[in-house]
Design a protein around this ligand. Sequence first.
Ligand SMILES: Nc1nc2c(ncn2[C@@H]2O[C@H](COP(=O)(O)OP(=O)(O)O)[C@@H](O)[C@H]2O)c(=O)[nH]1
Ligand SMILES: [Mg+2]
Length: 216
Amino acid sequence: MNTSYQEYDHEYTFKFILVGNSNSGKTSLLQYFIKQHANTKIQQTVGVEFSSKSIDYKDKKIKLQIWDTAGQERFRSIARAYFKNTIGAIVVYDVTCQDSFHSLGDWIKDSRENGKSDLDIIVVANKIDLKDQRIVDKDYAQSQLLNKDVLYIETSAKTGENVDLCFQTLIDQIFTKIDKGQIQKDEFYPQSKNLLTKNLTIKINNPETQNQKCNC
Ligand SMILES: Nc1nc2c(ncn2[C@@H]2O[C@H](COP(=O)(O)OP(=O)(O)O)[C@@H](O)[C@H]2O)c(=O)[nH]1
Ligand SMILES: [Mg+2]
């Protein structure tokens, strides 16, 4: 997947959202994807942060609009508002934190209820570099997700393993549906011009949200 930073007219604009419990690595994954290196000084997300990245993918010019949300329980209702027109949800859990895995069902439900009806979901098992601390193994995770109609990938936002592949897999899935006529190509055109065309991040903070981390 080539990345491009110059401005151009995009053929497609896809809106993705990152959800999952706090501390699972959502912001780290996004930062790695945008900057192509790990950021060791990630600040806890408060509210919602918007990032945009232009990519060339299989001869197609795509703009990804990616909304990164805070995982705190009390923030959830605000996060729901940002699902509008979302075609891809990246639902992240931390393989060293059982709680984050148990919350997946709720995040998947939120995504289905609030995103587009044809929204695709990829579940991301993050922090696989922490082999000794891993609690949720791959076979168990995949067996629990069997009937949920979701994609699954294992990543490390520290080493970068499978980070690009995560976004690529979701994009592939969307194009498969476009090719089959299951979703209309036109849906992804209209908002492509006059919007943010360079990589950038905007923070939409909610000062009322409190910091809250996984208790594992
Ligand atoms: N070892 C390791 N640490 C990670 C990974 N992803 C995130 N972290 C760390 O986990 C903490 C929470 O990450 P963050 O991206 O803020 O999680 P978020 O709350 O889901 O956005 C930070 O200290 C990150 O450096 C990973 O893949 N491996
Ligand atoms: Mg975050």
